[in-house]
Design a protein around this ligand. Structure first.
Ligand code: C2E
Ligand code: CA
Ligand code: CA
Ligand code: CA
Length: 281
């Protein structure tokens, strides 16, 4: 080997060692967090682009780490999936989010109650009994199934797992809606999309972000929106950060969006109070 040699190898070994130790520490801490329920849920408005009113809120989990503060899900969901802890975390998020929807329902005009949208991982759907858990959560909070949406990633649906499809179909029969999350990052064929047990397409933010600068992306998105219309699927565009993008989306007939232009994820009470900024005429 050229330059570096032994010194570099040792450094590599010690970095590897540190990484493994950190991972083990994180694993232990996550298991403890599940015991202590050191999580919280934030809610990001899903906004009617034309009126600015929140149609619903996406529930996004955060971990209150004793030393590190709030840990974003990107840093622990994968680990929770690997270890199976996602089953407990996910079930907790589901009950918490449905309970929040119940409180919004009490505080708001019943005809304008926003729905809550919950991310569901592969493992939760495969563990068995998921439909019963959803029913229990709705029953405990006295929330109608129509106020719940479940977000399932496109890649999970593409695996064409009979059990998963059957559960989602049953939930839709109850009135729960299903959204395909991160749409545009997988490779759904059009005929497949037509068969999927889903009501809503969520356009991934990597896709949304480029529509203002790339004509190709814009045309693609326009095609997807038209197709969704044909299949009676609603569309939610993620990652709407600018008025330019919002306007482009509205021009293409996309009615719903989510992103920092409107709001970051909020604590439950702030979500309940959240309303569109009043614009001067
Ligand atoms: P996701 O489902 O695609 O959620 C959207 C992510 O984009 C959220 O990050 C949100 O805060 C962020 N975001 C929203 N608007 C904007 C924007 O305008 N610009 C940018 N740059 N980002 C925006 P977050 O909260 O860190 O969540 C990351 C991922 O973690 C989620 O991606 C989801 O896949 C996963 N996740 C979150 N909560 C749960 C949960 O309860 N269960 C499971 N299984 N996964 C979860
Ligand atoms: Ca999501
Ligand atoms: Ca998403
Ligand atoms: Ca995404």
């Amino acid at each position: 080997a050229k330059g570096g040699g032994k010194g570099r190898w040792c450094r590599y070994q010690s970095e590897l060692h540190t990484a493994i130790v950190q991972r083990l520490e994180l694993r232990t801490a996550l298991a403890e967090a599940v015991e202590r329920r050191s999580f919280m849920v934030e809610y990001q408005p899903i906004v009617d682009l034309y009126s600015g009113v929140a149609a619903g809120f996406e529930a996004l989990v955060r971990w209150h780490h004793p030393g590190r503060g709030l840990v974003p899900p990107d840093q622990f969901i994968a680990l929770a999936e690997e270890t199976g802890l996602i089953e407990q975390i996910g079930d907790w998020v589901l009950r918490e989010a449905v309970a929040a929807a119940g409180r919004w329902r009490q505080d708001r005009d019943p005809s304008a109650t926003p729905y809550v949208s919950v991310n569901v991982s592969a493992r939760q759907l495969r563990a068995g009994g998921f439909v019963d858990r959803v029913r229990a959560a709705l029953g405990a909070a006295d929330v109608p199934p129509t106020l719940l949406m479940l977000e399932i990633t496109e890649s999970l649906l593409l695996r064409d797992d009979d059990q998963v499809w059957a559960e989602l179909t049953e939930l839709r029969t109850l009135g729960v809606r299903v959204a395909i999350d991160d749409f545009g990052t997988g490779f759904s064929s059009l005929s497949y999309l037509q068969q999927m047990p889903a009501d809503v397409l969520k356009i991934d933010r990597s896709f949304t972000a480029t529509v203002a600068s790339s004509r190709r992306q814009l045309l693609l998105l326009e095609g997807i929106i038209r197709l969704a219309g044909t299949l009676s699927l609603d569309i939610i565009a993620e990652g709407v950060e600018t008025e330019v993008v919002r306007t482009l989306l509205m021009d293409m007939g996309c009615a719903l969006g989510q992103g920092y232009l409107f709001s970051r994820p909020l604590a439950e009470e702030d979500a309940n109070r959240w309303g569109p900024e009043r614009r001067s005429p």
